[in-house]
Ligand binder design. Structure first.
Ligand SMILES: Nc1ncnc2c1ncn2[C@@H]1O[C@H](COP(=O)(O)OP(=O)(O)OP(=O)(O)O)[C@@H](O)[C@H]1O
Length: 219
């Protein structure tokens, strides 16, 4: 059974009396333990699709199922907290929190508190090779290290679905390559589904499958 399934997703953005249909009937399924690349030209709807799959946006039509249950638009935040981990191009770390506090904060939001959160955050940073820098602020970390913190944050709390939007876009290709193999290994270890939106050709190399979106459809 796929952990994530999208059926016939349509998304229309409205601005004033203009309507633009960005997604034109997208269906896909992600299995646990699978790493999938999503490619497509700029403006083709990749981020929109990722936001719908990640329960940030609701589709105009079509449905998303997680673990075979229909995603209820009234419960998006709760479903997102339970099932989804995100990694972004800009890392999106809180600048005033240390590495470990960034991960801990995300765990707190997921309902993991106190010592359990502290221990899990420390373990997650250890898994991405940052145990020695766990008390550093983001400004004292390199780009690759910041992305490791973001990966630790996405993986902590056992999200079954990890969605990444251009995770290597701000990294040099060597650092990007290292981050990608780590990301893949960690996702595979726990049988998570990992979907990566990217223009980076290196992502294909660590993926099981490549999806291409063009004019709002998968080709
Ligand atoms: N909130 C919004 N309101 C109106 N139009 C939007 C909105 N968000 C995105 N769009 C439009 O929808 C289209 C798809 O955008 P999206 O960001 O999903 O594409 P993308 O494939 O991720 O692009 P890129 O690779 O450049 O990040 C674009 O034409 C964009 O301008």
């Amino acid at each position: 059974m796929p952990v994530l399934k999208a059926e016939n997703i349509i998304k229309v953005y409205r601005e004033g009396n203009q309507a633009v249909q960005v997604l034109n009937g997208i269906s896909l399924a992600l299995e646990r333990g699978e790493v999938v690349t999503l490619e497509g030209p700029s403006g083709s709807g990749k981020t929109t699709l990722l936001s719908i799959l990640g329960c940030i946006l609701t589709p105009s039509d079509g449905r998303v199922m997680i673990d075979d249950a229909l995603v209820d638009p009234r419960r998006l935040a709760a479903i997102r907290r339970k099932y989804i981990g995100f990694v972004f191009q800009q890392f999106n770390l809180f600048p005033s929190l240390t590495a470990v506090e960034n991960v801990e904060y995300a765990l707190n939001i997921k309902g993991v508190k106190n010592h359990t959160a502290q221990d899990e955050a420390a373990r997650a940073l250890d898994a991405v090779g940052l145990a020695e820098r766990k008390d550093f602020l983001p400004e004292d970390l390199s780009g690759g290290q910041k992305q490791r913190v973001a990966i630790a944050r996405a993986l902590a709390g056992n999200a079954a679905i990890i969605l990444a939007d251009e995770p290597t876009a701000n990294l040099d290709s060597q650092t990007g390559g290292q981050i990608l193999s780590l990301f893949r290994d960690l996702a595979k270890q726990k049988d998570r589904a990992l979907l990566i939106v990217t223009h980076d050709p290196q992502v294909r190399e660590i993926s099981d499958r490549v999806l291409t979106i063009r004019d709002g459809k998968l080709t």
